[in-house]
Write a new protein. Structure first.
Length: 276
């Protein structure tokens, strides 16, 4: 309860939560508000926003309803962002936990693997994975998760290094607890709060990475995503700029919301603030 109170003391965190709930509401209500396929032709191409009551946000180059694509795009953004974050955090926590707990050659090998993934920028490695394994929605999601785990791994390792010799861990060893029991039952619960906070950063970056792929037309073209719509609007950017601007604003709001929620979680879960 104290953590919840600390979270709601931050106006920025409250704004972030409201914005995130708005995006989630868009994703949930998409099928109800727009029961038709969002990629189906709906009217004549390039109708400006608010000029036709049937298409409040206008239509794109092909005559598809932009509002429908924006609402369904919220589903894709949250799906890719959430699933890729889970993949990245699970891989990162496992590698970081074993590296930090055992140390020695285990730490050396795992950290060298981590550094190997960090040699190339995330987006370059993502392009390689998509080029090799394809650009379906599932492939893109897994690829984004794979390129995003090194930072959580380093963070988890640092937490384990600071906790592995604490009194409660030593007491567990004295009681005969095995290494896996100590890792999962004693150290990990204490190491998770900063990792949970960092998950918001991973999710925001994951949404941006997928949008960048879609803008380059390297993501799944069979889904209504914000990045695909921005890429489509690139061809008419000088005249019908709204085609790219509207989904761009949706991405901005979502990333801002996730970042503000992460900031609020940091304030709520930071042990140094528990006395306030």
């Amino acid at each position: 309860m104290d953590a919840i109170k600390r979270y709601f003391r931050s106006p920025a965190a409250i704004v972030g939560l409201i914005l995130l709930l708005l995006v989630i509401g868009m994703a949930i209500s998409a099928g109800w508000l727009y029961p038709r396929d969002p990629l189906a032709l709906a009217g004549r191409p390039l109708i400006w926003p608010f000029s036709n009551p049937r298409f409040l946000l206008g239509t794109d180059n092909s005559g598809r309803d932009i509002a429908a694509q924006v609402f369904y795009g919220a589903r894709i953004a949250l799906l890719i962002g959430g699933a890729a974050t889970v993949i990245a955090i699970v891989i990162g926590v496992l590698i970081g936990a074993f590296a930090g707990y055992f140390g020695g050659w285990v730490d050396t090998v795992l950290m060298r693997i981590t550094e190997a993934f960090q040699i190339l920028p995330n987006f370059v490695l993502l392009l390689v994975l998509v080029a090799v394994f394809g650009s379906t929605l599932a492939t893109v999601t897994i690829a984004v998760g794979i390129v995003s785990w090194p930072a959580p791994a380093r963070l988890t390792r640092a937490e384990f290094l600071s906790l592995r010799n604490r009194e409660f861990v030593q007491a567990g060893r004295t009681l005969g607890m095995k290494d896996l029991q100590l890792i999962l039952g004693e150290i990990l619960p204490n190491a998770l709060p900063p990792v949970i906070v960092y998950a918001s950063v991973v999710m925001a970056v994951a949404i941006l990475l997928e949008s960048a792929l879609a803008f380059l037309r390297l993501s799944d073209p069979n889904v209504a995503s914000w990045g695909n719509l921005i890429g489509l609007g690139r061809d008419v950017l000088r005249v019908q700029w709204y085609v790219s601007a509207i989904p761009g604003i949706a991405i901005l709001i979502t990333v801002l919301a996730v970042s503000l929620v992460g900031q609020g979680l940091n304030d709520a879960l930071n042990p140094r603030l528990k006395g306030r």
